[in-house]
Design a protein around this ligand. Structure first.
Ligand code: SPQ
Length: 431
């Protein structure tokens, strides 16, 4: 396996401030919306992670002119009606967001396209998207009746649907809404638990008339998007690793500015507050996406229960929250998190297996885990499973382990946080 790292972080503390990279979900959407709209869209704070670069690559293959200059991106598009039929397969890499949202977008175009991704994408379920899209009239073919990539999409005229979501998923909701842009009639999506709402916010930002009320999103098809400027805030899912690192590593204090704190993403802040973390959150911007400056210090933590509507608001943070819980006094119970089984890897089994190797008292349940703490962790040899969030969780564990931690395949961290090790070096001080 490539990029094995042996981390000996005994006797360190974390001190200082960092600016976490741009939000992955919003960065993807900025390229998608900017490519659909006719004209020039500019983006600042774009995440140069591998997943978002895959999205750029797909739209370039559709003939959209996209220039990247540091974290500034310029998208010059003639609009969705003028996209070119790509001669090559669209490669979505490791990105579930790219794959699922593109399905929704491409279904309503005039184009034939084929999409595939890496080995992990090849195992992630797509019927959750292809089924509702087929109800809209989409023509999609793929392995196991459209469950797995590679997927071939023959664009066609779509019709609107009124859809009640069987799982809380922003990717499913967004794929339907993006297909709805090209559909005849009013598209309605109903959610029992609210998933991240970046697509709804960005539709408004690009001038669409959309109604959002108590878990029901509806809007009229055929609306044009208008090119604009998108300011991408820092990714709270990336900040989460340093929020937990700061709380569990002795003698630490970390400040992060410009962190996106959209309420549909900010579950980890509520959990840290409930667990008694020494933390300050100062909201600074109320633009399309709210942001804050967050300071966290070494904390004395209590176990808690995380379940229900909270789960979609911190779904990607559960691996690092599990590590946090090993250092909290008492029992932490995580329930209703079965969606973790279909991420880049089965994050439920992976988290339990890896933290057990370090001596954590953690057991898997059908839909979550139970963790008893606090437990001192020792070193060990961990796998990342090629999953960026598992890789970063293992690195943070090394800040409190009594002996070195060896981690296989840390290259995958570049999927969402290419400057992660640089930030670790910046914050790390030997005591
Ligand atoms: O894009 P991908 O690979 O699915 O990335 C993940 C992640 O950990 O970064 C999930 F594995 O984030 C998803 C998130 O879990 C990104 C996302 C989005 O941008 O809409 C929504 C969530 O997925 P879902 O399945 O709940 O809709």
């Amino acid at each position: 396996m490539s990029s094995t790292k042996i981390l000996d972080n005994k006797n360190i503390r974390l001190q200082g401030s960092i600016t976490v990279p741009g939000d992955k979900s919003i960065s993807h959407r900025s390229i998608m919306f900017g490519s659909i709209a006719k004209g020039k869209t500019t983006v600042s704070g774009f995440l140069l992670g591998e997943d978002c670069l895959s999205t750029i690559d797909c739209f370039r293959k559709l003939g959209v002119d996209i220039e990247v200059n540091g974290t500034d991106v310029t998208i010059q598009s003639n609009g969705i009606d003028k996209w070119e039929e790509p001669k090559e397969v669209l490669y979505t890499g490791n990105s579930g967001t790219t794959t699922r949202l593109m399905l929704g977008i491409l279904s309503g175009t005039h184009l034939h396209t084929v999409m595939t991704g890496d080995a992990s994408i090849g195992k992630r379920p797509m019927r959750r998207v292809t089924d509702p899209l087929r109800l809209m009239g989409a023509k999609i073919a793929g392995r196991e009746n459209g469950q797995y990539t590679p997927l071939a999409i023959q664009g066609t005229q779509l019709k609107a649907i009124d859809y009640t979501m069987p799982v809380a998923s922003a990717q499913v909701k967004s794929a339907i809404l993006l297909a709805g842009l090209r559909a005849e009639g009013t598209t309605v999506v109903r959610e029992k638990e609210i998933s991240r709402d970046h697509t709804e916010r960005m539709l408004k930002q690009f001038g669409a008339n959309i109604e959002v009320r108590e878990g029901v999103v509806s809007f009229e098809g055929g609306q044009q998007l208008h090119a604009t400027h998108v300011n991408v805030p820092g990714d709270i899912s990336s900040a989460a690793f340093f929020l937990v690192a700061g709380a569990i590593t002795p003698n630490s204090e970390i400040t992060m500015n410009n962190v996106g704190v959209n309420p549909t993403r900010a579950g980890i802040i509520e959990v840290l507050e409930k667990m008694g973390a020494d933390m300050e959150v100062i909201e600074d911007d109320h633009a399309a996406e709210p942001t804050a400056t967050i300071t966290i210090r070494t904390s004395s933590l209590q176990g808690t229960t995380i379940e229900g509507e909270m789960i979609p608001r911190l779904i990607d943070e559960i691996p690092i929250i599990a590590l946090l819980a090993t250092q909290a006094k008492g029992t932490t119970v995580i329930r209703n998190a079965e969606e973790l089984k279909v991420k880049e890897t089965d994050r439920l089994s992976a988290v339990v297996a890896e933290l057990k190797k370090l001596g954590a008292n953690i057991e898997a349940t059908d839909d979550g885990m139970i963790i008893q703490g606090p437990t001192p962790l020792h070193g060990g040899h961990l796998q990342s499973y090629g999953d960026h969030r598992m890789g970063m969780m293992s690195v943070v564990a090394s800040f409190i382990s009594s002996s070195p931690i060896e981690i296989d395949d840390t290259d995958c961290i570049a999927v969402s946080y290419p400057s992660f090790f640089e930030h670790v070096r910046k914050l790390k001080n030997e005591i």
